[in-house]
Design a protein around this ligand. Structure first.
Ligand code: ADP
Length: 248
């Protein structure tokens, strides 16, 4: 039997903590170049799923494949990052006392195994790459600003830019719009769609207006497995989704 090439393939993934099933035979597939939204109540297993994909947690059973053949359950976190899976946690962790540009330069050096240094001369190509990222994350006009002086939303974008410096094939983004203004939230939907033109992005969010703006396929998790999957209209009208999540 053959199936189409997937970037990320999870099948029958289960993991328990002290007898509690955080993931219960979860199946989840992301195609190359896809932008996918994940929703679901607290405790649904969203974070645990990200932990499994990034090698932070090992599943008790099930299949986790990257690019159709790489078994992620056999790789450690550093390996998985190197393979091209980037993860953005909810809280931004930019270097506040550095400029926007220097944050991106540090991230570019880090992606080459050079830690916390600005002493490497950037090539013209590197500078072009940083300019391109600045444009993607809407911060060209603030490149000489200290990161500390950015708004909360701009810090989130800068951190996404720092991940882009590592050229991930898959970017996992946890609750990016929490605490953002309405304008920043709307801009983030456009920004993530831009980013997904050259890679896959999986975004976990509770903000249903934002999910609607994204306009992509949605997966609703509950109790460690997929409750519903499809367009936002399809998923948000599913009685199981209303009962377990939206109606709460
Ligand atoms: P979500 O991100 O959807 O809110 P989580 O993946 O964080 O859900 O959690 C799923 C369940 O697994 C929760 O009940 C949580 O308490 C439990 N859990 C997650 N990680 C651990 C852990 N490392 N040790 C014990 N329990 C955990």
């Amino acid at each position: 039997e053959t199936r189409s090439k997937s970037l990320l393939y999870l099948d029958g993934v289960s993991v328990s903590f002290d007898g509690f099933k955080a993931l219960n035979s979860l199946s989840f597939v992301v195609e190359p170049g896809e932008l996918r939204a994940i929703i679901g109540p607290n405790g649904a297993g969203k974070t645990t799923m990200m932990d499994i994909i990034t090698g932070k947690t090992r599943p008790d059973s099930g299949t986790v494949l990257f690019e159709d053949s790489i078994d992620l359950t056999k790789r450690d976190e550093a390996d998985i990052a190197q393979l091209g899976i980037g993860r953005k946690f909810q809280k931004p962790t930019v270097f506040e006392s550095h400029t926007v540009w220097d944050n991106l330069e540090l991230a570019l050096n880090r992606s080459r195994g050079v830690f916390a240094t600005l002493f490497y001369r950037l090539s013209g190509e590197d500078r072009d790459r940083i300019e391109e990222i600045l444009s993607t994350i809407r911060l060209t006009h603030r490149k000489t600003e200290l990161a500390a002086n950015l708004s909360h939303g701009q810090k989130q974008w800068l951190e996404i830019g720092m991940l882009l410096a590592q050229e991930p094939k898959l970017l996992l983004v946890d609750e990016p719009v929490a605490g953002m203004t309405d304008a920043e939230t709307a801009e983030t939907a456009i920004l993530l769609r831009d980013i997904a033109r050259t890679r896959s992005v999986v975004v976990v969010e509770h903000d249903m207006g934002f999910i609607r703006d994204l306009g992509v396929k949605v997966t609703c998790l509950a109790e460690g497995s997929v409750l519903a999957e499809g367009s936002i209209d399809f998923v948000s009208n599913d009685p199981k989704v209303i009962e377990n999540y939206l109606g709460r």
